[in-house]
Design a protein around this ligand. Structure first.
Ligand SMILES: [Zn+2]
Length: 215
């Protein structure tokens, strides 16, 4: 499916394993979607984000902070439909069946037309579980168009590039800034910036995001 057709899809569900993955992976596309009429954009966060980095001790206070950060970040584009499933950060693989049930329910109830999620070769354990689950669900619910975004692990052969304007590029870097609790642990904005530039280079455009589509 071409980008212009994707931008016409109305009911969009973004699955983010952690608070910030939605911006990291697909903010440019989300930004473009919000500029179109009649969109219903829902962001579903799978984990409660209580660890921040793999191996850290769970911190309930951090989970609350990240929820507030997510609400503030997404509010910048008027997105208020956030859904926090609150599974334990770093342990999603231990809750696979419950997560699958929650994800299936949402795709069905929302009548999702576009589903965004981490691509299948993402090697972060939580991201990988979410990706695997969504690809399992996809085999049952084929009405939606499924698009994998990249966070840390690169997509080897993107099937879709989303060129980003200067405004979209800036918005992505500024909006990730709302996740101060994460940036305090590790400032990954330079990585995000470089990825947008590298992906842009591949299509002769200043900035871009790369995706893989699943049929
Ligand atoms: Zn993540």
């Amino acid at each position: 499916m071409k980008l212009e057709s994707i931008l016409r899809l109305k009911r969009v569900t973004v699955f983010a394993p952690h608070q910030d993955d939605e911006i990291f992976g697909s903010w440019g596309l989300i930004y473009k979607l919000t500029k179109q009429l009649d969109k219903q954009i829902k962001i579903v966060f799978i984990s409660n984000g209580e660890k921040g980095v793999p191996g850290a001790e769970p911190d309930p206070e951090l989970a609350l902070i990240r929820k507030r950060e997510a609400a503030s970040a997404l509010q910048t584009l008027g997105i208020t439909d956030l859904d926090f499933l609150d599974f334990p950060d770093g342990e999603l693989s231990e809750h696979r069946l419950q997560i699958q049930k929650e994800i299936e329910d949402r795709i069905l109830v929302y009548e999702s037309e576009l589903v965004l999620f981490p691509h299948h070769l993402d090697d972060h354990p939580d991201h990988k579980v979410v990706s695997d689950i969504i690809l399992t669900v996809q085999s049952k619910y084929r009405d939606a168009f499924y698009l994998g975004y990249e966070i840390w692990s690169k997509i080897e052969s993107p099937t879709l590039y989303v060129p980003l304007t200067e405004e979209e590029f800036t918005s992505k870097l500024e909006t990730v800034g709302f996740y101060a609790s994460q940036l305090k642990l590790f400032d990954y904005r330079s990585h995000i910036k470089q990825t947008m530039k590298d992906r842009g280079n591949e299509i002769d455009y200043p900035y871009a995001e790369a995706y893989i589509s699943y049929k």
